[in-house]
Design a protein around this ligand. Structure first.
Ligand code: IPM
Ligand code: MN
Length: 364
């Protein structure tokens, strides 16, 4: 099979971890006789510096011509006070919006051997296997008006959270479809005691539920969901929620896995690719981590998990995807840890060494 992928490492540790994900992807391609045809391009701060914008039209075209995108991370402290037009994050928003990647899937699974790496008690973590379906192209991230201004009352700012029934329906449907192949439960998270958008969300979720009588639907307010995620995380199966709630809850949920450095995500839309699979953007949920950039200690396992998700969802290559995931478990089982999940008695590895260890395990 020909694997045609756009590789966008971005900023900070995005570069370091994407290198390892690519290494693993090459190893799997070699092992199973696939041809990996990948094209790298700049995004985020890296692109702003060299090309003047967070993402060029040429890079968007490159993505359009690919089956899927392997993404690192974007964002740098030096742009903190810049308006959105000059921020690295704009690259991500343009990609999400141009390809209508409305469904962001963020699986969270507790690996027993990492239970001590988490700040949460092992008995609470036992059996955690959930997936957050985050709406990715609506809500506060894209709503207009969104601006800063000054009037006689002083400095002001506004952001807007719009949602249409179509936007809600399609994302809630993704959640129900996923639940079918899992534990048959959907938790819809909103703030319907305060927000109009949330009341519409809940109404639509109930309507879609009628098409899925075998699936349990539970509604939780987002504040309560945040609490339940650490009180009884194993009770969740599929969580579906709007853009910002999903962003916040998944950083929290990453602690159930043990570290932000372990969580991969897939952003999918309506587009299919030449391979007959889904076009997707695969991105670790962690950011650029400026505090550890360049030290060679970032955990590449989230990025490597993205490579597995890409093979599975964009190409339907289940065996290859499972091979990567199995190799990751084997490497952890052998006691290898990056600093973020290190415990005494284990072997501490840097980013490159960890990537190498996974690639070696795949080679067998
Ligand atoms: C994420 C990130 C992004 C988001 C940032 C980098 C804009 O935090 O993918 O979770 O908020 O969506
Ligand atoms: Mn986030």
């Amino acid at each position: 099979m020909l694997l045609k992928i756009a590789v966008l490492p971005g900023d900070g540790i995005g570069q370091e971890v994407t290198t390892e994900a690519l290494k693993v992807l090459k190893t799997v391609a070699d092992k199973y006789g696939h041809t990996l045809n990948y094209e790298p391009a700049l995004v985020g701060g890296a692109a702003l510096e060299k090309e003047g914008v967070a993402i060029t039209e040429a890079t968007l075209d490159l993505c359009r011509a690919s089956d899927g995108i392997l993404f690192g991370a974007v964002g740098l402290p030096k742009y903190d006070n810049e308006p959105m037009e000059r921020r690295p994050e704009l690259a991500l928003f343009k990609l999400r919006k141009s390809f209508e990647l409305f469904a962001n899937l963020r699986p969270v699974k507790n690996v027993p051997m990492l239970q001590n790496a988490s700040t949460i008690k092992p008995e609470v973590l036992a059996g955690v296997d959930l997936i957050v379906v985050r709406e990715l192209t609506g809500g506060l991230y894209f709503g207009q008006p969104s601006r800063r201004y000054t009037d006689e009352g002083g400095r002001k700012a506004v952001d807007t959270m719009p949602y249409s029934e179509q936007e809600i329906e399609r994302i809630v449907r993704v959640a129900f479809e996923l639940a079918k192949g899992r534990k048959q439960k959907v938790t819809s998270v909103d703030k319907s005691n305060v927000l109009n958008t949330s009341r519409l969300w809940r109404e639509i979720a109930n309507e879609v539920h009628r098409d899925y009588p075998g699936i349990e639907l539970e509604h939780l307010l987002v504040d309560s969901a945040a609490m339940m995620l650490i009180r009884k995380p194993a009770s969740f199966d599929v969580i579906v929620t709007e853009n910002l709630f999903g962003d916040i809850l998944t950083d929290e949920a990453s602690m159930l896995a043990g570290s932000m450095g372990l969580l991969a995500s897939a952003s999918l839309g309506t587009a299919t690719n030449a391979a007959g699979g889904q076009f997707g953007l695969y991105e670790p949920i962690h950011g650029t981590a400026p505090d550890i950039t360049g030290q060679g200690i970032a955990n590449p396992l989230a990025a490597i998990g993205c490579a597995a998700m890409l093979l599975r969802l964009t190409y339907g290559l289940e065996k290859e995807a499972s091979d990567i995931e199995g190799a990751v478990l084997a490497v952890l089982e052998a006691g290898n840890r990056t600093p973020d999940i290190y415990e005494t008695g284990m072997t501490k590895l840097g980013t490159t060494q960890m990537g190498e260890a996974v690639a070696n395990s795949i080679r067998g």
